[in-house]
Design a protein around this ligand. Structure first.
Ligand SMILES: [Fe+2]
Length: 238
C-alpha cells in the first residue's frame, strides 16, 4: 500500500557526489557507534531492535512494531538477500550497495530494499522509550542556532513529516555546519546526498496506520514529544 508518488522529495544528485557522500556517511556512522550494517556480510541480517517490541507504547503499539519490524523490515532483508544472490552485490556492505544502485533504474529493486533496510535500522535508533523532551546541551545549542528554538525545529520536522506526499521519511540532517530538515520519498535516503542524517521519522502508512489510521499528525506529534532520541542525533553529529 505504500509505493506512491515521491512528491517533492530530495532531488536526485550527481552520481559522483553521491558516492563521495555515501562513503563519508558510512565512515561517520562507524565512528559514531551507529549499529547499522556497515560490515560486508552475506546474507544480510535483520539488526536487533534496541528495545522490546512494546517498549514504545502507548505511542507505537507492539502490534505495529510486530508488523513494522517483524514483517516489513525483515521483508526488506529477505528481499535483498534474494535479489543480491549471484550478483556482484553478494558480500557487499549495505552502504556500498546503496551507493552503487542509487539512481539506476535497472537496479531499483536492489536499491529500494537495501535503502529500506538502512533507513529502518536508523529509524529504530531515532526513537527510544521515554524519549522526547530536552536534547543534550550540545545539540540544543546547535538546534537553536539553526532553527531559533526547539519549537522551531520540532515544527519543521512535523511539517516535513506531514507534507510528505505518500510514503517516505522526514529527517534532521547536518548540512555543512547547520542543521536542517528534509524529506525523502519511498526508499530515498540522505545517504545519497552530501547531507549527514542525524535522525528520522518513518511516515510510510505501515508505521502508523494500525494505531492512528489516517491521523498521521497524531503519530508524528507523539513521536516528537515522547519518543524522539535526541542523544542518537547528537552522537551522529560527531
Ligand atoms: Fe517503515
Amino acid at each position: 500500500m505504500n509505493k506512491q508518488d515521491t512528491g517533492d522529495s530530495l532531488a536526485v544528485i550527481d552520481r559522483r557526489d553521491f558516492l563521495m557522500a555515501a562513503a563519508g556517511a558510512a565512515a561517520a556512522f562507524a565512528m559514531s557507534g551507529f549499529a547499522g550494517n556497515t560490515r560486508a556480510a552475506a546474507p544480510h541480517a535483520l539488526p536487533p531492535l534496541p528495545y522490546a517490541e512494546n517498549g514504545l507504547e502507548p505511542i507505537i503499539t507492539a502490534k505495529t512494531m510486530g508488523f513494522h519490524y517483524g514483517k516489513h523490515h525483515k521483508g526488506y532483508v529477505d528481499n535483498l538477500n534474494k535479489l543480491a544472490a549471484e550478483t556482484e552485490y553478494v558480500g557487499l556492505a549495505l552502504e556500498k550497495i546503496i551507493a552503487d544502485t542509487a539512481g539506476r533504474a535497472e537496479k531499483a529493486a536492489i536499491f529500494n530494499n537495501a535503502a529500506q533496510i538502512w533507513n529502518h535500522t536508523f529509524y529504530w535508533q531515532s526513537l527510544k522509550p521515554n524519549g522526547g523532551g530536552e536534547p543534550p546541551a550540545a545539540l540544543k545549542q546547535k538546534i537553536e542556532a539553526s532553527f531559533g528554538n526547539m519549537d522551531g525545529c520540532k515544527k519543521e520536522l512535523a511539517a516535513a513529516a506531514l507534507s510528505q506526499f505518500g510514503s517516505g521519511w522526514a529527517w534532521l540532517v547536518l548540512d555543512g555546519d547547520k542543521l536542517k530538515v528534509v524529506k525523502t520519498g519511498n526508499a530515498d535516503t540522505p545517504l545519497t546526498t552530501a547531507l549527514k542524517p542525524l535522525l528520522t521519522i518513518d511516515v510510510w502508512e505501515h508505521a502508523y496506520y494500525l494505531d492512528y489510521q489516517n491521523r498521521r499528525a497524531d503519530y508524528v506529534n507523539g513521536v516528537l514529544d515522547k519518543l524522539i532520541n535526541w542523544e542518537f542525533a547528537l552522537r551522529n553529529l560527531g
